[in-house]
Design a binder for this molecule. Sequence first.
Ligand code: F6R
Length: 252
Amino acid sequence: MKWNSHQVKIYPTAQEAALQVAQRVAEVIREKQKRNQWAVLGLATGKTPVKVYEELIRLHQQEQLSFENVISFNLDEYFPMAATHPQSYHHFMQQQLFDQVNIPPEQTHIPKGDWSTDQLQEACLAYEERIKQVGGIDLQLLGIGKTGHIGFNEPGSSIDTTTRQVVLDPLTRQEAIADFGSLEQVPSQAITVGIETIAQAREIVLMAWNASKASIVQQAIQGPVSAAVPASYLQLWPQASFVLDQDTAALL
Ligand code: F6R
C-alpha cells in the first residue's frame, strides 16, 4: 500500500525514520518481484539517505532482499565531475549502495558529470527518455537542501523543468565545502533531473532528519508553493510525503 498522500510522518529519531523509508523501498522492490516487474527507483545522494542505504544493504545481506529487478535513476551529479572523483555522486553510489547489493550495473543510471558540452542537451533528453522507456519511476527518494532545493533544482526552478545543466546556489556550494575542502574546489554547476521529472514519479518521499533543516522544512510544508522554495512544490503532488525526525519537525 502506498504511503498516504501529503502525509507528514514524524519519528522520534533519524534512525527510526530511515528504517521506515528503507522498509518502504524494500516493499516496493518485493511487490514488483512478485509480479515479475521492474522496480524503478529514483535515488538521492548526500548525508540523508546514508542510513536508508545501510538498512537496504542489511536487508540484502540478512533478509534476502534482491535488487535484480531494480532499475535506478539518480537525481543529479556535479558538473564538470569525473565519475572516479571521490566527491562524485557516481563514487558515492558505488560506495554507499551499488557495490554492496546485487543490482546489475547496467540497470543503474546517474547523470554524467563528464558529458561534453555539445552532447549535454541530447544526453539530458536521453535520460528523460530512458526513465519513460522503463515505465516511469515507482518510488522517488529526495533530500532537501538548505536552499529548499530538491535534486539540484535551486530556488527559481520552475515547475516544468526537466533534466538539464544548472548553476548551484551559493549557499549549496557553501554547504559542500566540508566535503571538498575549499569553496574553490566545489563545482559551480551540476546536471539534475527537473521538477517535472520528479513530479511524474508515482510515489515521492522527501526525507529530512537534521535539526538545521527545521526552518526550510517548515517553509516547504507550510509556506506558499513557490519557485523560491522548490521543495514546496511537493504540496501540489498527492503522491508526495515527508518523513522527518522530531527535531527537524520542531517548527511545524
Ligand atoms: C542529492 C540531492 C540533494 C540533497 C540535498 C540534501 O542527490 O539531490 O538535493 O538531497 O542537498 O543533502 P544532505 O542529505 O547531504 O543534507
